[in-house]
Design a protein around this ligand. Structure first.
Ligand code: SF4
Length: 391
């Protein structure tokens, strides 16, 4: 009997060892199975209707509209399609370079944590189809850098990114940095705001309130411009003509700002003095016109969100104040505003004005003061109804 038991035990041990070897081989074999394969196989790029990028501090939304891709947070301004297309094709082509087994501490170090609870969070990119249906969701973590060869005199360069498609549980390294998804909404704006090629210009008329009008016309042989009414003793300044020619060749919008003007002021001449006299500023000369039915509180909420995000935090009135403005305006827009919030907004904005190191503080406060003064009735209606009356 003892011998028989021994044989049974030996057989059992052999079976268990065999099972263990088989199991361990199976676990180890997952790496070669996925390495080299696409992270988002068969990504239906053409079915993507919306891209939402979320970090701990901000959300950037890109949406497909009839006119093309737009930025809803920039009042439907056109998105940079070349950049967007490149980013989507990059995602469609991403291949897994390495599978990492990480500890919780390493997961945080690699920012493989969705935004929401920690400063060490990554960026979530949600790709949505028709009706908001999720097509894919990608968590982008830390960049992977390669050390520069010795003696090259610089530290290194990014050559990959840690990513996850299941919220950080499985961590992969891909061989392309995904830096384009880590930018603010303004970075997605179509840089070609106005493009009038110099060679297409036949006449240039320059004028303005209280200034004499100048008219330059292209010479018949195309060799430059002549000015109407130029005296025989006068000469055209070639440098000035050239800068006038190219003035509209490449205007790049910077962002939105400045006190709002009303419908009644639509005919204000587009020059610095006239716009200033009307109570606003021309800034970079980019103008946004809102259609009837646009909620001014929602517009201001987006502006306040932008400035709160852009504050570098160096000075307290801007760091704390922009956050306060954002929260109060958003609560009014979302129906949880309280009586007295309009005065609170004006007061908070006045505390920021003139009390910050750079002009961002003033730029954040000015639209708040202007919107509350111009559209106070709209703000009060939101508070009284407990909802946005424009929705
Ligand atoms: S005002 Fe300028 S320097 Fe001060 S926190 Fe704001 S952005 Fe930074």
């Amino acid at each position: 009997m003892k011998g028989k038991n021994l044989v049974i035990l030996i057989v059992l041990a052999i079976v268990l060892v065999g099972l263990a070897v088989h199991t361990s081989r199976k676990a180890g074999s997952t790496t070669p199975d996925v390495v080299g394969k696409k992270l988002l196989p068969d990504l239906p790029v053409n079915e993507i209707e919306k891209i939402v990028t979320k970090t701990g501090q901000s959300t950037v939304e890109l949406a497909r509209a009839e006119s093309g891709w737009t930025l809803p947070s920039r009042y439907g301004y056109s998105a940079d399609f070349t950049k967007l297309r490149g980013a989507l094709l990059k995602l469609a082509d991403l291949k897994i370079g390495q599978v990492l087994r990480v500890t919780e501490a390493q997961r945080r170090d690699l920012r493989m944590v969705p935004p929401g609870g920690t400063n060490a969070a990554g960026t979530v990119v949600d790709l949505l189809g028709a009706g908001g249906k999720s097509i894919a969701s990608l968590l982008i973590g830390a960049e992977h850098s390669r050390k520069a060869p010795e003696g090259m005199g610089y530290g290194g360069y990014p050559d990959g990114q840690y990513v996850s498609i299941d919220g950080g549980k499985s961590v992969y390294l891909v061989a392309q940095p995904l830096e384009e998804f880590a930018v603010a909404a303004r970075e997605w704006m179509d840089p070609e705001f106005v493009n009038v090629p110099a060679m297409d210009i036949e006449t240039i008329e320059i004028g303005g309130a209280g200034r004499p009008e100048l008219k330059l016309s292209r010479k018949a042989d195309g060799s430059g411009f002549a000015m109407d009414g130029l005296k025989a003793t006068e000469e055209l300044d070639a440098a000035k003509v050239s800068s006038s020619e190219s003035a509209l060749s490449y205007l790049r919008p910077d962002d939105v700002a400045d006190p709002v003007l009303t419908e009644a002021q639509l005919d204000t001449p587009m020059d610095f003095d006239s716009v200033k006299a009307a109570g606003s500023m021309l800034g970079t000369a980019a103008v946004t016109v809102f259609t009837e039915g646009t909620c001014p509180v929602a517009v201001l909420a987006r502006m306040a969100q932008f400035y709160a995000h852009e504050s570098c935090g160096q000075c307290t009135p801007c760091r704390d104040g922009t956050g306060w403005l954002e929260r109060i305006v958003e609560s009014i827009e979302h129906g949880t505003g309280r009586a007295g919030d309009c005065d609170l907004l004006l007061n908070a904005a006045q505390q920021i004005m003139g009390n910050t190191i750079c002009a961002l503080g003033d730029a954040a406060a000015m639209p708040v003061i202007s919107f509350v003064k111009t559209y106070r009735a709209d703000f009060e209606r939101h508070i009284a109804l407990g909802r946005c009356p424009y929705e």
